[in-house]
Design a protein around this ligand. Structure first.
Ligand SMILES: [Fe+2]
Length: 190
């Protein structure tokens, strides 16, 4: 992945995955396939709000491009966090129609949050003091906790697809299990 932007004021970085750009159609197809698989297990539930019950990179096992993306993502997260020790992450697929894009929210109890634009259409992600124009293959990564929402710039008719991720340290995991009685099946080692 190539670093496109490092913003020291807001603390985020933006990367471009040439892997996604080069294999864009294959990534979109695999995401559709993954969502079909998701529906066989979870029915009509949202692949966004079921984030604690699966991991994108387990759901796409067998896909070589997702295997490569996983390793690219691990490298970027390690570079960004500058942490060599144990880290874990959860990842889910946002697969949204124009009316389903996410309103203001934040990702708590994690050290880092980010998202990968597979098929972002013409959208931007608004944060409280900056905004990110979403383009195919872009990977946004930043400290967790900042409020954000998606804004549609141009109408679209096929699903908007992004892969979101939260990164946890040992304390985050301990806190997660303290707060939630259910088991989170999404978290995997990095
Ligand atoms: Fe988010």
């Amino acid at each position: 992945m190539r670093l496109l932007q490092h913003d020291p004021v807001h603390g985020y970085e933006l990367y471009r995955s040439d892997l996604i750009v080069t294999h864009h159609a294959a990534f979109v197809e695999r995401c559709h396939y993954a969502v079909d698989k998701f529906k066989r297990i979870f029915g009509d539930k949202s692949s966004t709000w079921t984030f604690g019950s699966y991991n994108t990179f387990a759901m796409t096992a067998g896909s070589v491009i997702f295997y490569q993306l996983y390793h690219e993502l691990c490298t970027v997260i390690r570079q960004f966090t500058k942490i060599d020790g144990p880290l874990w992450f959860q990842s889910w697929l946002n697969f949204h129609s124009e009316n389903e894009v996410l309103d203001w929210h934040r990702h708590r109890n994690s050290i880092v949050h980010g998202y990968i634009s597979i098929e972002p259409h013409q959208t931007k992600t608004l944060f409280e003091s900056y905004e990110i124009l979403n383009e195919i293959g872009n990977v946004y990564i930043a400290p967790s906790g900042q409020m954000h929402k998606v804004m549609v710039l141009e109408r679209f008719s096929t699903p908007r697809i992004t892969i979101a991720f939260d990164v946890f340290n040992e304390d985050n995991i301990a806190q997660m299990y303290k707060e939630n009685k259910h088991v989170n099946l999404s978290v995997m080692p990095l």
